[in-house]
Design a protein around this ligand. Structure first.
Ligand code: UD1
Ligand code: CA
Length: 449
C-alpha cells in the first residue's frame, strides 16, 4: 500500500527565543526537521510533503531536495496546516502520515508501526498515544465505555475529568488518505484557542462510523516535542544515549559514554576506543583499532586503522593507518597524514600532505605544504606561507631533516635527503642531498665585561 507523509513545520517556536525557526535548530548537528524527514524515509515512506511557514527561507533549503514543500500562509492550527497540503495530496490513496517537525526522537519503526496498525484495522486514523507523567499541555485521549478512542480534547478545552486523563496525543497520526481531506472540511475553529484542530478528525471519524485505533508508544521519550532550549538539551541527551548504546553494542569501547557525542552521519568500526570528552561529527569515520580522545573533536574527518588521536581537533582531514596525533594537535581542512605519520604536541597543519612515516612532533605550523616520506620536522619549525596577500606552497622531499626552529619562507622547495640546520630562515630552494644553513654565525668574545 502507498504510504506518504506530511510533516508539520510551519510553527514559529516562540519559546525557543531565537531568530532561527525552531525546526532549523540542530540536534547532534542535524536540524530537527531533518530527523523527522529521515525517520520517515527510513520507515519506507514514499512521498514526503513539508508544510512550511514561519522562517521558510531558512527551513526550505533543509527539505526542498527530498520533500515537496507547501506553504501554510497563516498559522490557524494543525488542521489548517494539513489542509495546506490538500492540492499536493490530490488523488492520493493508502496511508497518509502526519508527523510533527519538532519531534526529532521519533523512530522509523514507530512510524512504520503506526501505518501498519491503520492498515490492519482499515481505520480512518491510527494515532500514537503516550502515558504522560505530566500530561499538562497535551491533547487527552478520551475513550468510550468499550475502551475505544472517542475523541481528543485539547488541554484548554478539557473538563476537570478529561484533564485527569494521563493518556495523551503524541501528535503523530496515520490517516486514510482518501478520508482525511473530506473530514478536514468539517473541522471548525469553535474552541478555546479559535484554531482548526487536526485532533478533531478523530471525533469526526467516530461519528462517521469509521474506526480509530490508538497505538501506545512504548517509550514516551520518542514523542518529546521541542518547544524550549531546555527540551532541546533533553532530546540531545536522549539521542546521545541512543547513538552511544548502538555503537557500544556494535563493538566500540567507551570509558564514559556520558561525555562522548557522536553525530548521526558518523561511522565507527568495531574495536575502536573512545575516551572521555570526544565529539565525532559530520561525516567522520573511524576504522578499527584506533583510540580517540580524551578531549578530541573530529568533524568530517576520516581516520584509518590503529591510530592514536589524543587531544586532537580535526576538520575535513584524512588520517591514514597508524598515525599519531596530539596531545593538542589541530588538523585543518585538506590535511592528509599518510600512513604512520605524526602530528604531535601544539602542532597545526592546514591544507598539507604529510608523507608516510613523516613526523611533525612539536610546536609547528605547516600550511600549503607537500611533504615526502620519512621527513623529520624539528621542534618549532614553521612554513611561512602567507605574505600578507597570497598563500604560497612549500615542498619538502623524502627523508629530509629540518632542524628545530626553521622558518621555511614560501614559495620554497627543499629536495630529498636534505639537511637544514637548526634556526635557519630558508628563503631559497635547497637541492637534493644538500646542507642548508641560514642563520647568523655565532660570535664568542671571552672578555665581554
Ligand atoms: C498538538 C496537538 C495535541 C498534542 C500535541 C503533541 C492539536 C490541535 N493538538 O498540540 O493534541 O498533544 O500536539 O505535541 O493538533 N503547526 C503548523 N501550523 C499551525 C499550527 C501548528 O505547522 O498552524 C505545527 C507546529 O509547527 C508543530 C505542530 O504543528 O510542529 C504541532 O503544533 P503545536 O502548536 O505545537 O501543537 P500543540 O498545541 O502542542
Ligand atoms: Ca498550539
Amino acid at each position: 500500500m502507498e504510504t506518504s507523509a506530511i510533516i508539520l513545520a510551519a510553527g514559529s517556536g516562540t519559546r525557543m527565543k531565537s531568530a532561527k525557526p525552531k525546526v532549523a535548530h540542530e540536534l547532534l548537528g542535524k536540524p530537527l526537521v531533518r530527523w523527522v524527514v529521515d525517520a520517515a524515509r527510513e520507515a519506507g515512506v514514499g512521498t514526503v510533503i513539508s508544510v512550511l511557514g514561519h522562517g521558510i527561507d531558512v527551513v526550505r533549503p533543509l527539505v526542498e531536495h527530498d520533500t515537496q514543500v507547501v506553504v501554510q500562509q497563516q498559522r490557524n492550527g494543525t488542521a489548517d496546516a494539513v489542509n495546506s497540503a490538500r492540492e499536493a495530496c490530490e488523488g492520493m490513496t493508502g496511508s497518509l502520515l502526519v508527523l510533527s517537525g519538532d519531534c526529532p526522537l521519533i523512530r522509523p519503526e514507530t512510524i512504520a508501526g503506526l501505518a501498519r496498525a491503520r492498515e490492519e484495522a482499515d481505520a480512518a486514523v491510527a494515532v500514537l498515544t503516550m502515558e504522560a507523567e505530566n500530561p499538562f499541555g497535551y491533547g487527552r485521549i478520551i475513550r468510550d465505555a468499550q475502551g475505544q478512542v472517542e475523541c481528543i480534547v485539547e488541554q484548554k478545552d478539557c473538563t476537570p475529568e478529561q484533564a485527569a486523563v494521563t493518556e495523551c496525543n503524541s501528535g503523530f497520526y496515520c490517516f486514510d488518505a482518501q478520508y482525511l481531506f473530506d473530514a478536514l472540511n468539517r473541522v471548525s475553529n469553535e474552541n478555546a484557542q479559535g484554531e482548526f484542530y487536526l485532533t478533531d478528525v478523530i471525533g469526526i471519524a467516530r461519528a462517521d462510523g469509521r474506526s480509530v485505533v490508538a497505538l501506545c508508544a512504548e517509550d514516551p521519550e520518542e514523542c518529546l516535542g521541542i518547544n524550549t532550549r531546555l527540551q532541546l538539551s533533553v532530546a540531545a541527551k536522549v539521542m546521545q544515549r541512543r547513538m552511544n548504546t548502538a555503537f557500544m553494542l556494535a563493538g566500540v569501547t567507551m570509558l564514559d559514554p556520558e561525555t562522548v557525542w557522536i553525530g548521526p552521519g558518523v561511522t565507527i568500526e568495531q574495536d575502536v576506543e573512545l575516551l572521555p570528552q570526544t565529539m565525532l561529527m559530520g561525516k567522520t569515520s573511524v576504522a578499527s583499532g584506533s583510540v580517540i580522545g580524551p578531549n578530541t573533536r573530529l568533524t568530517d574527518t576520516v581516520v584509518g586503522h590503529d591510530c592514536v588521536l589524543d587531544e586532537t581537533v580535526a576538520v575535513e582531514a584524512v588520517i591514514e593507518d597508524g598515525c599519531h596525533c596530539g596531545p593538542r594537535a589541530y588538523l585543518r581542512p585538506q590535511t592528509r597524514l599518510c600512513e604512520g605519520a605524526k602530528a604531535g604536541t601544539h602542532v597545526e597543519i592546514k591544507k598539507s600532505t604529510i608523507g608516510k612515516g613523516s613526523k611533525v612532533p612539536h610546536l609547528s605550523y605547516i600550511g600549503d605544504t607537500t611533504m615526502g616520506d620519512g621527513v623529520n620536522i624539528g621542534a618549532g619549525s614553521i612554513t611561512c606561507n602567507y605574505d600578507g596577500q597570497n598563500k604560497w606552497p612549500t615542498v619538502i622531499g623524502d627523508n629530509t631533516f629540518i632542524g628545530s626552529d626553521t622558518m621555511m619562507v614560501a614559495p620554497v622547495t627543499i629536495g630529498d635527503d636534505a639537511l637544514v640546520g637548526a634556526g635557519s630562515v630558508i628563503t631559497a630552494d635547497v637541492p637534493d642531498g644538500a646542507l642548508a644553513l641560514g642563520r647568523a654565525r655565532q660570535i664568542i668574545k671571552t672578555q665581554h665585561k
